[in-house]
Design a binder for this molecule. Sequence first.
Ligand code: HGY
Ligand code: MN
Ligand code: MN
Length: 407
Amino acid sequence: MSTHGDANALLAEIESIGVDPERGGYTRPVFSEPELELREWFSRHAAARGLTVETDGNGILWAWWDADGASRRDVIVTGSHLDSVPGGGNFDGPLGVASALAAVDLLRDRGIAPVRPLAVAVFPEEEGSRFGIACLGSRLLAGVVAPEKVRALRDEGGRSYAEVSAGVGADPATIGPDLERLSAISAFVELHVEQGRGLADLDEPVALAGAIIAHGRWHVRIEGRGDHAGATRMADRQDPVVVAAETIRSLRVHTLVVDDARGTVGRIKVTPGGTNVIASAVDLWLDVRHRSEEAVRRIVSEVAAATGRAAEAEGCVATVTEQSFSPTVLFDPSLRERMQGVLPASPVLDTGAGHDAGVLAEIIPTGMLFVRNPTGSSHTPAETAEPDDVAAGVTALADVLEHLLTR
Ligand code: HGY
Ligand code: MN
Ligand code: MN
């Protein structure tokens, strides 16, 4: 099957990589075998299109279409990520990467001669599913996360980022800000499957992004006293699971009273995890989002206070630690105006999902395109995009890139 100009065909090539038989969908953590396979898939297709592929010190892949004789200044970048959440869909990330490759084909077919370079970028650990910090690659590039903190991050199996990245041929000593590379970029446009029903409700195939709402992650650790489930009287217990239940309940209560706030606990780890064992500790993670940063922080402080009260009553100790925080992002208005000029029929939608484009928006002009997702669901196997909408997304991206590369 030819993949020329065809993001659907490109996606079809990877739909058997990282399939998760237990959860359904795909589980492709950064630096895992499936994600490395996807990186190789990308590099192969980029090279087949005559793009020069390099991996920078942060593990970001860059595939270059160098305009004849142009220096690598005033660069236009597009791309996305290939890692997934556990049991995620095949579109969140890969759609942006496949569409970028297909858009290069369309620009070639149109005989476009760029006056500035184009780079297709693939950012590692956008989901933060392995090492806990979302958009880790773009945060390292932007210098908004300390390299020594990253090197020490550990995955569920206790392996550090330094150890894992070295194990796949990256040099953890080279991670960190690359402001020279960033200063050479004049715009970054990321195409992404919509994670919500905005386009489905509007019956439109493609949207421009307006804003990303603020979102953060907090690690809650509750320590109690492990003991026997049968031999321990209720009055003698210090059960961290009981405190965790109050944390989760208070998150729901305090999120519901703030209009359009979102609060989630999607991950809990009970130690040691035996049915007939009172837990010694519980780890859980909060994901809290809202357009107002202050509202996010207020919700988290209410939940931390409720957790502290419940921990004291139960004779446990609770700590709440911020893992990552992304302020509300308003995408670059002048870039969005230019994109709207190219795509006048496309609506502008905000999103509750974070993206590398949101991290880079602090430093360089960034914009996003969303492609309709009929289910509106994401981070689940139900995430989808119709082939015609995928094709419409590629055409829209090619139109925007043509505008940015030739003026
Ligand atoms: O969590 C998010 O919003 C994004 O999908 N990483
Ligand atoms: Mn994504
Ligand atoms: Mn995602």
